[in-house]
Design a binder for this molecule. Structure first.
Ligand code: PRP
Length: 220
């Protein structure tokens, strides 16, 4: 049996993924060591390998088959536009992709003004403004702390992730328009889906069963 390789986005998503996998009996003891600098971890018994990468690189590893499976946010899937199968919504990492800015920027969005939009997600922003709203805007790519842009006058609005809303609140900004809901998704390499069909579909069905159980518990 060959190894089934998982690419996990570093950080919170990877931790939540491992917690979820433990509940269906998939463990990786090695990965729990917080001080390790290792990048790849093995579960010999089940022939599984896990590695951590930057979130935006997960779809790349999966498209090229360096990983059979990836766990990544829907935002990254939309932004990276890779040829991969999205097979499951894991239900954690829930947040929203939004257009945000100061209250008075709301008018600029309604009157189709030529505005500047700062974002870490230029493809998502382009798709939203050009194809959905039919508004011509200037997209400015940033790499983090996006909320700064309208405060210091780099842009009128931003396109960014809103989770609790506290970053916006603490910086005097608001959600002006909602683009789409986001959460962690499982993605699969297109060839692996055929070659490892049995193992991968079993994994998906185990996860689905777990998630529907958890949802039922929430409703009780
Ligand atoms: C993300 C996002 C927002 C913030 C939203 O940034 O870009 O800034 O979290 O979360 P909240 O609604 O709960 O405040 P992240 O912490 O990933 O860092 P970044 O600014 O470097 O992108």
């Amino acid at each position: 049996m060959r190894y089934l390789t998982f690419a996990l986005g570093k950080g919170r998503l990877a931790r939540q993924t491992l917690e979820t996998f433990e509940k269906i009996g998939i463990t990786c003891q090695e990965m729990k060591d917080k001080n390790t600098r290792k990048l790849i971890f093995v579960n010999e018994e089940r022939k599984l390998r896990f590695f951590l990468s930057k979130g935006p690189d997960v779809p790349t590893y999966v498209e090229y088959g360096a990983a059979d499976i990836g766990i990544v946010g829907k935002d990254t899937i939309l932004e990276e536009k890779r040829n991969i199968y999205e097979v499951l919504d894991l239900g954690f990492g829930k947040c929203r992709m939004c257009v945000c800015g100061p209250k008075d920027a709301r008018e600029l969005l309604q009157h189709q003004e030529l505005i500047r939009v700062a974002t870490k997600y230029p493809n998502i922003a382009k798709n939203y403004f050009y194809n959905k709203k039919h508004q011509t805007v200037e997209i400015i790519k940033l790499n983090g702390s996006i909320e700064l842009a309208p405060i210091v006058g780099l842009s009128e609005v931003i396109v960014d992730i809103v989770e609790t809303g506290s970053t916006l609140r603490e910086n005097g900004l608001n959600v002006l328009e909602e683009i789409c809901p986001l959460s962690a998704r499982m993605v699969v390499n297109q060839v692996s889906m055929k070659m490892e069909h049995e193992r991968i579909t079993k994994l998906i069905s185990d996860l689905k069963e777990l998630l529907s159980g958890e949802n039922n518990e929430k409703m009780i």
